[in-house]
Design a protein around this ligand. Structure first.
Ligand SMILES: NC(=O)c1ccc[n+]([C@@H]2O[C@H](COP(=O)([O-])OP(=O)(O)OC[C@H]3O[C@@H](n4cnc5c(N)ncnc54)[C@H](OP(=O)(O)O)[C@@H]3O)[C@@H](O)[C@H]2O)c1
Length: 243
C-alpha cells in the first residue's frame, strides 16, 4: 500500500541529530514533509539535513537547548516563521540518568524534568495555535516503556516519562475537537547511543531499530483516523528492562 504523502507539510523533530530522532526525521522527509531539525549539536543536524537533501527531501536546521525555556519557546516561532507553517510536532529528545533515587541529585531531577517534560509541554503549548491554523495536525511524543513501568536506577527517568504520558493523555482530549491528534509511543530498548553508553554489554542487534520507531511515527501521521490512539508500546521479546 502506498503511504499517503506529507508533501507541503512541515514537521518539527526534536533530538533529530542522532538515534531515534534522526530516523524519524529521515522517514518523515521520505514521506514528503519538510523537516525542521533541532538538537544542541549543529554539525549533526547539518549532516542530517545534507543527507535528506541528497535524497531529494527538504530540511532546515534549528539548533536549540531544550534545557532553556526561551530557546524552547522561540523554536516554534522560528520554524513557523521560516517554513511558513507547522503540521507535525515530534517530541523525541530525551535524556536519562542511570542511578538509584537515593544517589540522585536535585540537578539530575531538574535536568530530566526540564528536557523530558517541561520542553515537550512548552513545545505542545506553543505549537497548538499553528496546528489549529492548518485545520489540525499531529503531536507525537516519544515516551518509553518506563512511562508505564518502573525499573531500578530509573526513578527520575520513569517519573519524567510517566508525566509525559499523563500530560499527553489529557492534551489528546483537549485538542481532539481541533482535529489535532496526540500520540505517545512507548518503546522498549532501541539500538541508539543512549543504550550503548549505558548498557555496553547488550547486543544492539537484539534491540528495536530506530527505523522501526520512525515507521510507526509515519504510520500515525499518515493514517488520520477518527479515533485517537492513546499510546503505542513497541517492544521486543528480547526487550531489556531499562529504557
Ligand atoms: N534508546 C532507547 O532504548 C529508548 C527507549 C525508549 C525511549 N527512548 C526515548 O527516545 C528518545 C530518543 O532516544 P535516543 O535513544 O535516540 O537518544 P540519543 O541517541 O541519546 O539522542 C538524544 C537526542 O536528544 C537530543 N538532546 C538531548 N538533550 C538535549 C537538550 N538539552 N536540548 C536539545 N536536544 C537534546 C540529543 O542531541 P544533542 O545532544 O545534540 O542536544 C540527541 O539528538 C528519548 O526521549 C528517549 O528517552 C529511548
Amino acid at each position: 500500500m502506498q503511504i499517503p504523502s506529507l508533501q507541503g507539510q512541515v514537521a518539527l523533530v526534536t533530538g533529530a541529530g542522532r538515534g531515534i530522532g534522526r530516523a524519524i526525521a529521515l522517514e518523515l522527509a521520505r514521506a514528503g514533509a519538510t523537516v525542521a531539525l533541532t538538537a544542541r549539536s549543529e554539525p549533526e543536524l547539518q549532516r542530517l539535513a545534507e543527507a535528506i537533501r541528497s535524497e531529494g527531501g527538504q530540511a532546515a536546521v534549528f539548533p536549540a537547548d531544550l534545557n532553556d525555556d526561551a530557546q524552547v519557546i522561540g523554536l516554534i516561532a522560528a520554524v513557523a516563521g521560516q517554513l511558513g507553517r507547522l503540521d507535525i510536532l515530534v517530541n523525541n529528545a530525551g535524556t536519562s540518568v542511570n542511578q538509584t533515587l537515593e544517589k540522585s541529585s536535585t540537578d539530575d531531577f531538574d535536568l530530566l524534568m526540564r528536557v523530558n517534560l517541561r520542553a515537550p509541554f512548552l513545545l505542545c503549548r506553543e505549537s497548538i495555535p499553528h496546528l489549529r491554523a492548518q485545520g489540525g495536525g499531529f503531536i507525537v511524543n516519544i515516551a518509553s516503556v518506563v512511562a508505564v513501568k518502573g525499573y531500578a536506577n530509573q526513578a527520575l527517568y520513569a517519573a519524567s516519562k510517566h508525566a509525559l504520558l499523563g500530560m499527553s493523555k489529557s492534551l489528546a482530549r483537549e485538542v481532539q475537537p481541533d482535529h489535532i491528534r496526540v500520540h505517545v509511543i512507548c518503546p522498549g530498548g532501541v539500538a541508539t547511543e543512549m543504550v550503548t553508553q549505558m548498557r555496553p554489554d547488550l547486543d544492539p542487534s537484539g534491540l528495536i531499530q530506530p527505523h522501526e520507531i520512525a515507521e510507526t511515527v509515519v504510520f500515525l501521521v499518515t493514517r488520520r483516523g477518527r479515533a485517537a490512539i492513546d499510546q503505542i508500546d513497541v517492544r521486543r521479546d528480547t526487550n531489556i528492562p531499562w529504557a
